[in-house]
Design a protein around this ligand. Structure first.
Ligand code: AP5
Length: 216
C-alpha cells in the first residue's frame, strides 16, 4: 500500500470524511491544513491571527504561511512512516515548493487521489456538516450522523458547525477551488500519480474505491 498520499478535491467532496476513516480504521498518519489552521485561530496564536480573516472569508491562506506549517509538521517524518494529506497542496506554487522540499528528504508524493464532485453536491453536503471541535472528525446531520447527537463517536468532543459553511462562503470557496486548486489535477496527471474517485457515491463506496486505489 502506498503511504505518502494526497487527497485532492473541492470543499465538501468528502476528503476529510475518507481521511478520518483511513486514520481510525487503517492507522494512516492524517493531516488537514484546514484543521490545523482552525486550531491556530482558536488558540489565538500569531499564525491564527494572520490566518483567521482568510478562513472566515473562504479565501486561501498565503502560500508561505501554509508551507511553513506543513514543513514544520513533517520535519521529523520518516519516508516509510508516510502521510495522508487532506487540503494541501491547493495552489500550484504550494505543489511545486512541496515537491522540491519533499524529494530531497525522501518524502515525495506517491499517489494523489482526486475526489471529483459538482458544486450542487458540495452545497447540499456542506450545509449539514458538523465537525468535532476536538479531533476534527466530520459528520453529516442526515447522511453520516453521530451515534449520540452533538457528540463525536471518536473522542466525545462537542460537534460544531464551521463558520465558513454558509452558502455564500461555500460558493466563493468553490470558485477559488476552480481557479487555484483544480489546475493541480493536470499537474499530478502529468506526473502519473493521479487516480480519480467519483465523489457523488455514498461514503462507504468512496471508501472502498479509495482503498482499492491505495492497494494498487
Ligand atoms: P479545509 O478545512 O481544508 O476545507 P475544504 O477543502 O474547503 O474542504 P472541506 O473540509 O470543506 O470538505 P471535505 O472535502 O473535507 O468534505 P467533508 O469530508 O467534510 O480548509 C478550510 C480553509 O482553510 C480554506 O478555505 C482556507 O482558508 C484554509 N486552508 C486550508 N488548507 C489550505 C492550503 N493548503 N492553502 C491555503 N489555505 C488553506 O464532507 C462534507 C460533508 O459531506 C460532511 O458533512 C460529510 O459528513 C458529508 N459527506 C462526505 N462524504 C459523503 C458521502 N460520500 N455521502 C454523503 N455525505 C458525505
Amino acid at each position: 500500500m502506498r503511504r505518502r498520499v494526497i487527497l485532492l478535491g473541492p470543499p465538501g467532496s468528502g476528503k476529510g470524511t475518507v481521511a478520518g476513516r483511513l486514520k481510525t480504521e487503517f492507522g494512516f498518519d492524517h493531516f488537514s491544513t484546514g484543521h490545523w489552521l482552525r486550531q491556530e485561530v482558536a488558540k489565538g496564536s500569531a499564525l491564527g491571527r494572520q490566518a483567521g480573516l482568510f478562513l472566515e472569508r473562504g479565501e486561501l491562506v498565503p502560500d508561505e504561511l501554509v508551507l511553513a506549517l506543513v514543513k514544520a509538521a513533517l520535519s521529523q517524518t520518516q519516508p516509510d512512516q508516510g502521510y495522508l494529506s487532506d487540503g494541501f497542496p491547493r495552489t500550484l506554487a504550494q505543489a511545486v515548493a512541496f515537491d522540491t522540499w519533499a524529494e530531497v528528504r525522501g518524502l515525495g508524493i506517491q499517489q494523489v487521489i482526486y475526489f471529483e464532485c459538482t458544486e450542487a453536491l458540495v452545497l447540499s453536503r456542506i450545509t449539514g456538516r458538523r465537525s468535532c471541535g476536538n479531533c476534527g472528525r466530520v459528520y453529516h446531520v442526515a447522511m453520516i450522523p453521530p451515534k449520540q447527537a452533538g457528540r463525536c463517536d471518536e473522542c466525545g468532543g462537542e460537534l460544531v458547525q464551521r463558520a465558513d459553511d454558509t452558502e455564500t462562503v461555500v460558493r466563493k470557496r468553490f470558485q477559488i477551488y476552480l481557479r487555484e486548486t483544480e489546475p493541480l489535477v493536470e499537474y499530478y496527471r502529468k506526473q502519473g500519480s493521479l487516480d480519480v474517485v467519483d465523489a457523488s457515491q455514498p461514503s462507504d463506496e468512496m471508501m472502498t474505491r479509495t482503498m482499492t486505489l491505495l492497494h494498487r
